[in-house]
Design a protein around this ligand. Structure first.
Ligand SMILES: NC(=O)C1=CN([C@@H]2O[C@H](COP(=O)(O)OP(=O)(O)OC[C@H]3O[C@@H](n4cnc5c(N)ncnc54)[C@H](OP(=O)(O)O)[C@@H]3O)[C@@H](O)[C@H]2O)C=CC1
Ligand SMILES: N[C@@H](CCO)C(=O)O
Length: 429
């Protein structure tokens, strides 16, 4: 049997402790599968006195993660601190410069600094692996970089933030407003320390940017992701969408078009009977469309100690076995700076508005849609559900985002709306 692979683990929170537990529980299994033992030499966190629900007594303690990353008795540096800068970035860079490979779960760091880290890793002859950074326990990075490496990728999409999916599906099943369920999610400990990362779509946007870079061979470009979170999704829209056969998801979509790379993370309607439509609670789903493989659907836990540590371990084992892949699946210098493209692919749209109940109101709305070049597929008027007006729903035929923007701007000028119109894209899945 070969020499052990010696780990230094920085960050002993949810994920870090999960990794320690797997290594302790499955030492023999991992050793056999790798052809060499995987051991932990040293660990680091902020507070040495904290009770961590794991026996750390055999490991050296480093107060400074950068020092841990540079230790001679560490072969592989595992960064599980988090954050898009500061000690996470400093320690990874220090590890690479000290000749160590790196495993991380840090999606924010990779989304913002992935290209420079990939270049540094290659310059130093080291590898960075990050299976846990996207969709937790789902093996989506390996699916893209390895299993589907023989495919041109047409589209990658998915639900990649479990907290948002929990909030949306709980609103629907319990009939509760966003604010109430948001508070529940906070009580349950589902939200990131900065909840905007979840409900603002930023965390999921980080993940989409990473997947897009691998799928399309482009430099990771988080700034080009069009992001809208779930804050404006109302219980009304959830119920009306359900009536029309849809469910609302915070959906990420990345695809290469003639105009450039589209990356968007936004609330969308998907058919209720589709795999994405049936995704409940905190579960994640990633859908990859390859030109040979067709559509691949991956579903599983996107967060939590066990699933995320499992993904980290898959990277550790890959490195222990001697597999060495470039960070984004191809040499960093060959990653192209893609032209960012605003969403242009036509789609059907859902529109909801509240109208004054008077003759000609509906005709004025239909006229605006017609003038905007929008063809109506289905329209439904409800009874007097609200004091303020009559709810009217429209599902359009395929149209462009520009046409929808035009209509949304023009509708209030009809003088027959009692509130702001709402529009949501219906994604073909
Ligand atoms: N939790 C999850 O389900 C998922 C997490 N991830 C990613 O995994 C990473 C870790 O997340 P998670 O385990 O949840 O985070 P936690 O907040 O639970 O743990 C963070 C750990 O980092 C330690 N830490 C903070 N600052 C320093 C520092 N300056 N030096 C050394 N250690 C430090 C903390 O120390 P102390 O304990 O002493 O405070 C803590 O042990 C993040 O990048 C996250 O985005 C990815 C997918 C899912
Ligand atoms: N906040 C993230 C954690 C996993 O990345 C989520 O809810 O999916």
């Amino acid at each position: 049997m070969s020499a052990p692979l010696r780990l230094g683990i920085a960050g002993l929170g949810t994920v870090g402790i999960g990794v320690v537990k797997i290594i302790q529980k499955h030492a023999d299994l991992v050793s056999v599968r790798c052809g060499r033992p995987v051991t932990i030499t040293a660990v680091s966190a902020r507070d040495r006195t904290r009770n961590r629900d794991a026996d750390l007594s055999e490991f050296a303690w480093e107060a400074d993660a950068v020092s841990l990353a540079q230790r001679d008795d560490v072969d592989l540096f595992v960064e599980l601190i988090g954050g898009d800068a500061g000690v996470a970035k400093d320690s990874i860079e220090a590890a690479l410069r000290a000749g160590k490979d790196v495993v991380t779960a840090n999606k924010a760091l990779l989304a913002l600094h992935g290209q420079e880290l990939a270049e540094l890793a290659e310059a130093e002859g080291r590898v960075i692996r990050f299976e846990a950074a996207v969709a937790g326990g789902i093996p989506v990075i390996k699916a893209l970089t390895e299993s589907l490496a023989g495919n041109g990728i047409n589209r990658v999409m998915g639900v990649m933030n479990g907290t948002c999916n929990y909030i949306l599906t709980r609103m629907e099943s319990a009939g509760l407003p966003y604010e109430t369920v948001f508070e529940e999610a906070r009580q349950l400990g589902y939200l990131e320390a900065d909840p905007t990362l979840d409900v603002g779509g930023i965390d999921a946007g980080h993940k989409l940017a990473i997947l897009a870079a691998i799928a399309f061979g482009t430099r990771v470009n988080f700034d080009a992701v069009e992001i809208e979170g779930i804050v404006r999704v109302s219980i009304d829209d959830i119920h009306r969408a359900e009536d029309m056969g849809y469910r609302i998801k915070l959906l990420g979509v990345a695809q290469m078009t003639a105009r450039g790379l589209e990356q968007r993370m936004s609330p969308c309607l998907v058919p209720a009977d589709s795999p994405l439509g049936q995704l409940n609670g905190g579960t994640n789903m990633v859908v990859i469309e390859g030109d040979s493989a067709g559509q691949i659907v991956l579903r599983g836990a996107g967060a939590g100690e066990g699933p995320t540590a499992s993904a980290v371990m898959s990277d550790v084992i890959e490195i222990a076995r001697g597999t060495r892949l470039p960070t984004f699946g191809r040499p960093a210098a060959s990653l192209a700076a893609a032209q960012p493209a605003r969403t242009a692919v036509p789609a059907a749209y859902y529109m909801r508005m509240e109208l004054q109940d008077k003759p000609g109101a509906l005709a004025k709305v239909a006229a605006v849609l017609g003038d905007s070049g929008i063809s109506i597929d289905r329209m439904r008027q409800y009874g007097h559900a609200s004091r303020d007006g009559v709810p009217v729903l429209v599902v359009t035929h395929k149209t462009t985002p520009e046409a929808i923007d035009h209509a949304i701007a023009a509708l209030p000028r009809t003088g027959v709306l009692t509130g702001d119109p709402v529009e949501l894209r219906i994604e073909e899945v």
